[in-house]
Write a protein that binds this ligand. Sequence first.
Ligand SMILES: Cc1cc2nc3c(=O)[nH]c(=O)nc-3n(C[C@H](O)[C@H](O)[C@H](O)COP(=O)(O)O)c2cc1C
Length: 427
Amino acid sequence: MQKDQYRIQTTSYYSSIFTLSSTLKCSYQVLFGFAYSYEGADMPLACLTDFEAHARERLSKSSWDYIEGGADEGITRDDNVAAFKNTSMCKTGQESQEHQSPRIRLRPRYLRDVSEVDLRTTIQGEEISAPICIAPTGFHCLAWPDGEMSTARAAQAAGTCYITSSYASCSLEDIVTTAPRGLRWFQLYVHPERQLNKQLIQRVEALGFRALVITVDVPILGNRRQDIRNQLNLMMNLMQASIHSTKERNSIPHLQMSPISTSLCWNDLSWFQSMTRLPIILKGILTKEDAELAVKHNVHGIIVSNHGGRQLDGVAASIDALTEVVAAVKGKIEVYLDGGVRTGNDVLKALALGAKCVFLGRPILWGLAYKGEHGVKEVLNILKNELHISMALTGKDPLVIYTLVIRSAKVMFAEVKGHTLRTKEEL
Ligand SMILES: Cc1cc2nc3c(=O)[nH]c(=O)nc-3n(C[C@H](O)[C@H](O)[C@H](O)COP(=O)(O)O)c2cc1C
């Protein structure tokens, strides 16, 4: 098949799914047959993985698969979580240290006054209550009836930043109306038709979004096997529901579910910069080469991300890619991270390795599936409390021993404080 033919087929395949799904808005629960009641949740949920287990029970198979799914074999998706815990290891016949992921261990300092731990920080000049924010994820109505509106209220209450997805299931206007004081960034999947991007960016700016997050790791959609396997049911359900939801269909802004440009290049960034005063953040950067180009093209920030392992399988875990990107930008722009963050310790490690804040993807959807707005608040609170404990127990500064297991099984230590990475010789 010709490359272009393939591209068109792929795009139209997915865009037809998304166009159909755009007709649904909040009638998703009819389609996916999940329960929203949380009467069964008599034991308090104590950590983010409790929310995950709960969501798995509550959501229908197709919703669960869509949310949890990674690309291809799911290696990067799993590695994102494992790399924080030092359990990630490629086995190539015999177990080899050459393939071990870098170990990250905390290095506590004691007899320091930790009676006050201040988690506040700033991103792009705006204060947030903790360095824990909400990554863009599509279709929140899959997890809770009023979807993104619940998410936005929870983010506002938590004093944190919520990046609204191009594939939000609620309208941008509804999201803003329900949480007018929240700090919001908008995630853009660049549309092939430039003028439509322009209209959307103007709308986003007028609605008070404070940054434009351009996702760069989706020139085409990754291969998600579970979604393909579930496709028949999904499409049938979507079509059935669309028959009953004319009103909702009309209220969905067209561009929110639109196709994604396959031809976006570095040089196109100046066009976006010429039309908006919003800071531009690139989401999905994983290498020093691209990080240097991002700085050269005057973007304001980078989110180190592999899309939760949903795009190119086999790339580095986000936390493993972070150091390379932080070193490349040399403090010129802010660097953030998403992917696999599940505990306060994970947040601390990301901060210590140079991230200004982290963003959560799936855990927010687990929170939504639990109790909507309140579930998301709980997820954010639990992580914030864990981070507080981690910081107090390490002596407040994000001090981390970053133990890099290198080829010869030699161990190299580097202490990381704030944005400065010092090797053993300098310690
Ligand atoms: C269900 C789902 C939908 C997503 N939708 C988007 C999206 O619309 N735009 C985007 O840039 N990233 C999207 N992502 C990627 C997330 O922004 C983020 O990179 C990833 O979820 C972080 O990993 P985590 O889920 O382990 O926290 C999505 C991820 C998931 C799980």
